[in-house]
Design a protein around this ligand. Structure first.
Ligand code: ADP
Length: 297
């Protein structure tokens, strides 16, 4: 439980007085624990492919030295494993960069539709490989938000690439953007209601501002996610089903990155899903107000 400890005991210089400061260390311990867990997870995730690669190198230098025919197969696996490490390191770097800048609010005005459509364009090849039909539809042609365009683009790419990855071959992924009169309404629009689906808000906007808001919604008709997993999805390295996850490339960091980026943008992130029917991931954030648009011009 909560731990209180004596931090200070000072007799005052003139009057005899004593200051006793109680400090709640629970949050500090929790943060230290999270950091230790994170390092352990990250090291473990990197060690697995590294062990595979060094194992193959040893084999190629030793028992399989003269068996050149089997080298192609070994190289193929080593290539896959180094790609896995490369993705992991890229995601770890993104995460630490975003955490580092999280206390600084973004200050440029960008168009959400523009960023979203460009991100989608860059994922068309991935959709094509999986024979997934990728659609984009927007309710408004210009949605000004105060944001980092690289980060919002990463949010869209992470959500859309998940929707493609976890879709069946030949499936359909639909992305929509729009505006709403308030943040709470945007949160509702960001995750379409599926009958009988579980819904979880992975990040609730800090300020319950009633300002106008923008949203992006990514829907897929993939395998869906069981209700019990929904609330844990934004945790680093959390993957729904490790055995299933093993087949589909991933680091388990994509949604944690989305969550951090949205926190920096004072936005929200939610998911609704039903097993066998599909998932809907949505993000929402305030629209840049007219004043900041003027100062930007
Ligand atoms: P990963 O790199 O494993 O995809 P993410 O953080 O992006 O990591 O996602 C975490 C987990 O959430 C995934 O491993 C997957 O199990 C589940 N998930 C995310 N998006 C979807 C989706 N659209 N459909 C089904 N499962 C999903």
């Amino acid at each position: 439980g909560d731990e209180l400890w004596l931090a200070h005991l000072t007799p005052g210089p003139e009057k005899k007085s004593v200051f006793v400061i109680f400090e709640d260390r629970t949050a500090v311990h929790r943060a230290e624990r999270a950091r230790a867990d994170f390092l352990a997870n990250a090291s473990h995730e990197l060690r697995t492919p590294l062990t595979a690669v060094s194992g193959f190198i040893e084999t190629m230098l030793g028992p399989a030295r003269d068996d050149r025919e089997s080298w192609d197969g070994f190289l193929e696996i080593m290539h896959q494993q180094t790609e896995r490490m490369r993705h992991l390191v890229a995601d770890l770097l993104s995460l630490s960069r975003i955490e580092f800048s999280e206390h600084r609010a973004p200050d440029t005005i960008i168009d959400l539709c523009d960023v979203t459509s460009r991100s989608i364009l860059s994922l068309q090849p991935l959709a094509h490989d999986k024979k997934v039909h990728l659609d984009f539809d927007t309710q408004a042609s210009d949605i000004p938000i105060t944001a980092s365009s690289d980060e919002i683009s990463q949010v869209v790419q992470n959500l859309v690439s998940n929707a493609i990855k976890y879709s069946r071959d030949g499936g359909r992924v639909k992305v929509m953007t729009g505006t709403a009169p308030s943040m709470s309404e945007a949160g509702r629009l960001a995750t379409r209601f599926i009958d009988g689906a579980g819904r979880s808000i992975l990040l609730q906007p800090r300020a319950s501002s009633e300002a106008r808001a923008a949203w992006v919604r990514v829907e897929d008709c993939g395998e869906g996610i069981a209700r019990k997993h929904l609330s844990r999805l934004g945790e680093r390295f959390y993957r729904v089903d490790e055995s299933r996850g093993g087949e589909i490339e991933g680091t388990g960091l994509g949604l944690a990155i989305v969550k951090h980026i949205m926190a920096r943008h004072r936005g929200g992130l939610a998911v609704a899903s039903k097993e066998g029917e599909g998932s809907v991931f949505g993000v929402w954030l305030p629209i840049a107000d007219a004043e900041s648009r003027l100062t930007d011009d």
